[in-house]
Design a protein around this ligand. Structure first.
Ligand SMILES: [Zn+2]
Length: 267
C-alpha cells in the first residue's frame, strides 16, 4: 500500500497496489470492502511463485542472496560493508552508503528511528507516526545505526502497534525531546565524531516537527489482527487507515505483511 502526504493538506493519502492497478483507498473509508487472497504469492524480486513469503515478500533463494534481506539491514549497526562482505556491494553503495536521517517520531509514544533521506516522509507514514522530527544527518546507514543504538538507552525504538491503532497518540513536544537527547548524549556523540570524522554526524537544530493526520473515521475498541493465511476472504466496513494497517469493523489488517500476496478487492 502506497502512502503519501499531499503538500496542501496534512492527511495521508493511500493507494492500494493490486497487480498493475492502484486503487485510491481514502474514498472507500466508511464503505464495505472485500479482499480476497487467491492463494498465490509472488517474490517481490524475481516474481516467481513461492509457497511461503520470506523476509517480508521474497522467495527463499532471494531472501538468502539480497542485501536488503540480510540482518544488517534491520540492524544497521552491524553493517559489514567495510569488511568486504556485503551481499550486494553495488546496491549497498546506492542504498546504505548514503546520507541518512535519525529522527524522533510519535506513533504510540516517542521513539527514535532512522531512514534514508529519500524515504522521508514515507517511513513515518508507514509507521503511523502523527509527529516526526529529523534530529541528525549522518553519512551512512551504518552511522545512523550507531546513533540509534546510543539513543536506545534514552528513547524507545519500537512502535506499540496495538496502541498506535487504538487512537491518536498524545502530543509530544519533540523539539524539547530533541534538545534533551542531544544534551544527554553530547559526550558520546563527540566521541563518535572524533572516531568517524567531523562530517559523519551533523546535529540538526533548525528542523520543524511534521504533523501527520490519518484518514480514520473510527478507531477500534479492540485491536484484533486479521490474516490472509487463516482467512483468505476478508469482508468488512473500512473504518480507517493508519500506518500500513486497514482498520475494519472486524479487526485490523497489516497490508505490509502480505507483500507479494495476490489480492483482489471488491468495494
Ligand atoms: Zn525471488
Amino acid at each position: 500500500m502506497l502512502a503519501n502526504l499531499p503538500s496542501d493538506e496534512s492527511t495521508v493519502n493511500y493507494q492500494m497496489v493490486l497487480g498493475d492497478q492502484q486503487v485510491a483507498m481514502n474514498p472507500l473509508i466508511g464503505e464495505s470492502i472485500t479482499l480476497v487472497y487467491a492463494g498465490e504469492i509472488h517474490c517481490q524480486n524475481c516474481q516467481r511463485l513461492t509457497k511461503k513469503s520470506y523476509s517480508g515478500g521474497f522467495c527463499f533463494p532471494c531472501s538468502q542472496k539480497l542485501a536488503q534481506c540480510d540482518l544488517c539491514f534491520m540492524k544497521p549497526e552491524t553493517c559489514h560493508y567495510a569488511h568486504g562482505t556485503c551481499r550486494e556491494p553495488e546496491w549497498g553503495v546506492q542504498v546504505c552508503m548514503q546520507d541518512h536521517i535519525v529522527y524522533l517520531a510519535n506513533s504510540s509514544g516517542i521513539k527514535v528511528g532512522i531512514t534514508r533521506i529519500s524515504q522521508m516522509p514515507t517511513r513515518w507514514l508507514d509507521q503511523g507516526a502523527t509527529q516526526a522530527l529529523p534530529i541528525f544527518r549522518v553519512s551512512s546507514r551504518y552511522h545512523s545505526g550507531l546513533l540509534e543504538v546510543m539513543f536506545k538507552n534514552h528513547v524507545s525504538d519500537r512502535t506499540d502497534w496495538r496502541k498506535m491503532l487504538r487512537g491518536p497518540a498524545e502530543k509530544i513536544d519533540l523539539l524539547e525531546q530533541r534538545n534533551q537527547l542531544q544534551a544527554e548524549c553530547a559526550d558520546e556523540i563527540k566521541l563518535l565524531q572524533e572516531k568517524l570524522g567531523e562530517n559523519a554526524i551533523t546535529p540538526l537544530t533548525d528542523e520543524q516537527t511534521l504533523e501527520i493526520n490519518y484518514p480514520v473515521q473510527q478507531y477500534p475498541q479492540k485491536v484484533s489482527s486479521m490474516n490472509f493465511d487463516k482467512t483468505p476472504e476478508i469482508t468488512g466496513k473500512l473504518l480507517g487507515i493508519k500506518g500500513q494497517y486497514l482498520i475494519m469493523d472486524k479487526g485490523v489488517l497489516n497490508i505490509r505483511k502480505f507483500n507479494g500476496y495476490q489480492i483482489t478487492m471488491k468495494a
